[in-house]
Design a protein around this ligand. Sequence first.
Ligand code: F6R
Length: 261
Amino acid sequence: MEVVIESGAQAIAVLVADAVERLLAAKPEAVLGLATGSSPLAIYDEVTRRYADGRVSFARARAFMLDEYVGLPGDHPERYRNVIERDVASRVDFAPGAVQGPDGNAEDIPAACEAYEAAIARAGGVDLQLLGIGTDGHIGFNEPGSSLASRTRIKTLTAQTRADNARFFDGDIDAVPRHCLTQGLATIMSARHLVLVATGTGKAEAVHQLVEGAVSAMWPATVMQHHPHVTVLVDEAAASRLTLRAYYREIYANKPPWQRI
Ligand code: F6R
C-alpha cells in the first residue's frame, strides 16, 4: 500500500488524473470505477479539463459506479446515477451507455445486484477504481460489519453515514435514504488498482485504521491491506493520525522516477 501525502485536493487530483491519463493512453478501452461524494470532485474537474485540452479521451472507455441509493425517484438530483452524470460523465466523451451503476429502483433487488456483478465481469473487471472513505471506514457503502467477502448487495446505511450525507439533502437526515446498493468489498478488491483519496481531519481516524489498523470488518477499508496495488492519497489533515507518516513521505520523495502511483 502506497501512501502519498499532498498539500491538498488539487495536488491529489493532478496525480490521480495523471494515472487516469496514462491508463487511457495505454488502454483506451479501460474500465474505470467511479465514486460519488465530495472526495473525487477535484479529480473529475481535473480530468474534464484534460479532456477539453485534448489530452485524454473516454470514447472507448467504460465505467462502473460503486453504489446507489435505494428508492430515490429517477430524476432526484442526489440519485448517484444523476450525480455521476452531472459531475463527470456528461462533461467528457463517454459513449452512451458506457457508464453503469447498480439499479436502486429495481423491483428484484437481488437479481439487479447479480446482473451488476455480471456486467462488471463481462467488461473484464475494473482497471482503476476510485474510492473515497467514510468517517466510519466504509468504502463503497460497505458499512462496519460488512463481510470482507461481500459482493454487490443491499445495505443499510449507518446513522453516521446518513448524518454525514445530510449535507447533500439540505441538512435533512430524514431525506437521506436508509438503504443503498453497493459493490461488495470482494467486488472492489477485484479491481486491478485501488486509488483512495481523503482530505480533512474528519477522515484522519479512518485513514489511520485503513493504513495502520488491524484488518477487521469493523473498519471495512482495512481489507485493502490485502490488495497488491493500492494508492492512498491524503492531505496533511487526513494524514495527521498516521504513525509512520514521516516514513511514507520519505518513501514517496525517494521513489524511482519510473515507478508511478
Ligand atoms: C460514494 C462512496 C462513499 C464515499 C464516502 C466518502 O460513492 O462510495 O464510500 O466515498 O462516503 O464520501 P465523501 O467523499 O463525500 O466524504
